[in-house]
Ligand binder design. Structure first.
Ligand code: ADX
Length: 176
C-alpha cells in the first residue's frame, strides 16, 4: 500500500533524522520510497524560494504535488519540511487522500530545547537579528490540530520515535 508520510515541525525538531531512519527502514523492506527533505529541495532549487509566507506555501504545495505524483506511481513519499502553515498542509492532505493515506507526523519540541540543540546555529543568528522570518523566533509555526502522529522529540529517544512510526504503519496495514 502506498502513502505519504509528512514530517512537520520547527528547525532542529528531528524531522530530517527521523525521516532518514524511516527511509532506510522502508528500503530494507524492499519498498519503493522517495525522501523529499526541505533543505535538499531548497539546495537544488537555489535561492528562488524564500521564507516569506507566499514562498513557503508554494514550497509546501510543490512538495505535496510531488508526493501525489509519486504515490500515483506506486512510490511512497516521505516529506521532511518545516511546513509551518496549516492551510497548505491541509490542502495536501485533501489532494493526497484522493488516492492514498496521508500521515502527518508532528515533531514537537519545546523552543528552549530547540535553541539548546541549534544544530545549524540558525536560532542564534535569528536571535541576533541576522536572519529574518525564522520559524519560531520571528515567523509563525502553526501547530497541527489533528496529526496522525505526535512525536515529543524533546522527551523521547530517536529509536522510540521511529518505533512509534513503524508501529503506526503496521497497525494501519501500510507495512507488514
Ligand atoms: S518550509 O517552511 O518552506 O517548509 P523548509 O523545510 O523547506 O521550510 O526549509 C527549512 C530549512 O531552511 C531549515 O531547516 C533551515 O536549515 C533553513 N532556513 C534558512 N532560513 C530559514 C528561515 N528563515 N526559517 C526557517 N528555516 C530556515
Amino acid at each position: 500500500m502506498c502513502f505519504t508520510i509528512w514530517f512537520t515541525g520547527m528547525s532542529s525538531a528531528g524531522k530530517t533524522t527521523l525521516s532518514q531512519i524511516l527511509y532506510n527502514g522502508l528500503k530494507e523492506r524492499n519498498k519503493k520510497v522517495e525522501l523529499l527533505d526541505g533543505d535538499d529541495i531548497r539546495s537544488i532549487l537555489g535561492k528562488k524560494i524564500g521564507y516569506d509566507k507566499y514562498s513557503r506555501e508554494a514550497n509546501i504545495l510543490y512538495l505535496g504535488l510531488l508526493s501525489y505524483f509519486l504515490n500515483r506511481n506506486g512510490i511512497i513519499s516521505i516529506v521532511a519540511a518545516i511546513s509551518p502553515y496549516k492551510e497548505a498542509r491541509e490542502n495536501n492532505r485533501k489532494l493526497i487522500r484522493k488516492l492514498n493515506p496521508f500521515i502527518e507526523v508532528y515533531c514537537k519540541c519545546e523552543l528552549d530545547i530547540l535553541e539548546q540543540r541549534d544544530i545549524k546555529g540558525l536560532y542564534k543568528l535569528a536571535r541576533e537579528g541576522k536572519i529574518k522570518n525564522f520559524t519560531g523566533i520571528n515567523d509563525p509555526y502553526e501547530n497541527p490540530d489533528n496529526p496522525e502522529i505526535i512525536l515529543n522529540t524533546d522527551l523521547n529517544s530517536i529509536e522510540y520515535c521511529n518505533m512509534f512510526i513503524i508501529n503506526y504503519l503496521k497497525d494501519n496495514n501500510l507495512i507488514s
